[in-house]
Design a protein around this ligand. Structure first.
Ligand code: FMN
Length: 196
């Protein structure tokens, strides 16, 4: 049975590169038979956080927030594709995630980082681990680290050269790890209601 997986990406830059990695992950997970949707924070276009979703009276949240809350609640797992700005997170993706809390609970999350250089966004990926744990996601230990991203993926998200081959090799374990925890969490939710 396919898992429902949301892939989040949050750069708002006109010349953004990380969309290559987001597209690659979506394509590869679909290739494994998963039911995958890309959530592009720029396309969703939430304003800077004012009220969290849960702070709106029931039925009165803006339509984009209501629709995204329903997609997050219905998902089995999440992948966060994270670039690195000045050793930190990209604000667009952080802003989107902060709009929700309980909607994230009791599902696994995976972090895939990238950057223009050889550090491959690892410092941003490190910060995301703590943040996703705080939001009650189970963060899997396998990561993808892609850098320099322009040497690993072309504009269509297709692997390039040696760096692309390295990404292909790493992807299998990353996806296996996520699938195992996704299945475990889904079985446990079916067996026993979450405690809160
Ligand atoms: C404001 C800003 C800060 C950046 N800081 C870092 C950094 O700390 N480490 C790094 O490896 N790359 C850094 N970069 C380069 C990015 O890795 C590169 O521009 C990448 O493509 C950004 O992701 P995006 O194209 O999806 O927006 C920075 C880029 C920008 C625009």
């Amino acid at each position: 049975m396919a898992h429902s997986i949301l892939v989040f990406y949050g750069s708002y830059r006109s010349d953004r590169m990380g969309i290559r990695l987001a597209d690659y992950i979506v394509a590869r997970l679909r290739g494994r038979g998963e039911d995958v949707e890309l959530i592009d924070a720029k396309a969703v276009g939430l304003p800077m956080l004012d009220r969290m979703y849960k702070e709106y009276p029931k039925g009165s949240a803006p339509a984009a927030l209501e629709a995204l809350a329903a997609r997050i609640r219905a998902a089995d797992a999440f992948v966060f594709v994270t670039g690195e700005y000045n050793w930190g997170m990209q604000p667009g993706l952080k802003n989107l995630t902060d709009h929700f809390l309980e909607e994230w609970f009791w599902r696994p999350a995976a972090v895939a980082s990238y950057s223009a250089g050889r550090i491959a966004g690892a410092r941003s990926g490190f910060v995301w681990h703590g943040t996703l744990s705080e939001m009650s996601m189970l963060v899997i230990s396998s990561t993808l680290t892609v850098g320099p991203i322009a040497e690993a993926l072309d504009a269509d998200g297709k692997p390039l050269g040696q760096a692309g081959q390295g990404l292909e090799r790493a992807f299998g374990r990353f996806a296996d790890d996520l699938a195992w925890w996704t299945e475990a969490a889904r079985m446990q939710r079916a067996r026993k209601a979450p405690p809160y």
